[in-house]
Ligand binder design. Structure first.
Ligand code: FMN
Length: 394
């Protein structure tokens, strides 16, 4: 299916060059839709883009015809990538601060698609600390910039600020779209969340894993084109809604092993991010244990080891198959991760510290990645970014 690029056009002299960008993307087989700011329409008409794209051109936030979907949300969802070219200093500033006061900026806030910005403005506007800081803030949030060129500007000044060549913009967008699908045709198995091990029908032992890391991995892998099987312990997260993600819900480590066992041989890579309970009650009761009656059993809970899913699958790994494990430790992280790497036959181990508010349940994670040849220390980042860092190394 053709990818959809939403092209945002803002109030710049260079707005007419967006026509060339649109044509270039179309020639590459991309479906293009255009959203404009009101000020952009002073420079180029919506009709121009409607004629080029054969699609309605969106300008007003409140323009929806009755029965139409809410425009900024439908545009945001439709886009595989949102390109703003040319982008004014004003729109850069608004997006950097989360301001959503027109259709284009509201869509920018509503979309989860990658955002690519090609700025164009007078050299003093470009070099102004406000603009530079806004661009830096966006770059820190993984917004990609196509640098403005240096040269003679429409206002007569000479310096940086001229919109990058439309061909360069088209190439950058196509590269970004390709990059996103680098796992196309790959099958990836991911485990996530905790397991729960029953003591009796009402009670269990478990751990604090939220499943956020595994779900972020599944989402990112699916977005990059992989066919994903997600085996999830009980988590409070909604199921991921993508046609290339199959989610299998399990409760115990034994159930997780069974689900993994029948699927492992067919996948190209398996990422074991679940926090599997190491131990389980040796003799779970079929009836609720009662205070005063079963005190002996409740105060001396006999435990037995659970199967080690990572080690079992690591030992079975075939040539070319990639196995990734996780190590959540409270201390000596690198040492434990390296021991795990060797004993479980993993290709690499993602290690992170847990406890004192770190790791479990949070949206951010600071991890190390330990492989046979090196230990990489990654900065604190969102679990989504960490998921992509892990996938980059597959
Ligand atoms: C003739 C003209 C050319 C302009 N060119 C630019 C430009 O290239 N880049 C820019 O950031 N602002 C430019 N501006 C200023 C913007 O149009 C102005 O900041 C406007 O509020 C931007 O609206 P928008 O960001 O919603 O599109 C220009 C203004 C005029 C009148």
């Amino acid at each position: 299916m053709a990818k959809t690029v939403l092209v945002g056009v803002t109030g710049c002299v260079a707005a007419y060059k967006a026509c060339e960008v649109v044509r270039g993307l179309q020639k590459a087989g991309v479906r293009v839709k255009v959203v404009m700011t009101e000020h952009a329409t002073e420079f180029v008409t919506p009709l121009q883009f409607r004629a080029l794209t054969h699609e309605p051109v969106a300008v007003g936030l409140f323009d929806d015809a009755p029965g139409d979907p809410i425009h900024h949300i439908s545009l945001a969802k439709e886009a595989d990538l949102f390109l703003i070219a040319p982008c004014t200093a004003n729109v850069i500033a608004k997006i950097a601060h989360g301001i959503a006061d027109d259709l284009l900026t509201t869509t920018a806030l509503a979309t989860t698609a990658p955002l690519v910005i090609a700025p164009a403005m007078n050299v003093n506007m470009y070099e102004h600390p406000a603009t530079q800081q806004n661009m830096q803030a966006l770059a820190n949030r993984d917004v990609s910039f196509i640098d403005a060129d240096e040269g003679y500007l429409a206002c007569g000044d000479v310096g940086r600020g001229r919109l990058a060549d439309p061909e360069v913009i088209v190439r950058a967008v196509l590269d970004a779209l390709d990059e996103q699908r680098d796992l196309e045709g790959k099958r990836i198995l991911i485990t996530a969340g905790p397991t729960v091990e029953p003591i009796d029908p009402a009670r269990f032992i478990s751990n604090r894993s939220s499943g956020k890391m595994g779900f972020a991995l599944a989402q990112a892998a699916a977005e990059r084109g992989a066919q994903v099987t997600l085996v999830a312990g009980p988590v409070a997260l909604p199921d991921l809604d993508a046609p290339n993600i199959e989610t299998i819900h399990v409760q115990t480590a034994t159930e997780m092993l069974e689900a993994v066992d029948v699927r492992f041989d067919a996948v190209d890579a398996a990422i074991f991010s679940a926090a599997v309970s190491d131990m389980r009650p040796a003799a779970p009761s079929t009836q609720k244990l009662k205070k005063g009656v079963d005190d002996e059993q409740l105060s001396h809970l006999a435990l037995e080891p659970n199967p080690d899913i990572l080690a079992t699958m690591g030992a079975r790994k075939r040539t070319g198959q990639v196995v990734v494990g996780f190590a959540a430790e409270t201390d000596s992280l690198e040492e434990h991760a390296r021991t795990k790497l060797e004993s479980k036959h993993a290709n690499f181990i993602v290690g992170n510290l847990v406890g004192e508010g770190r790791g479990f349940g949070t949206d951010d994670n600071q991890a190390i990645i330990v492989s046979a040849s090196e230990t990489e220390k990654l900065p604190l980042m969102s679990k989504v970014d960490l998921a992509n860092e892990i996938l980059n190394r597959l």
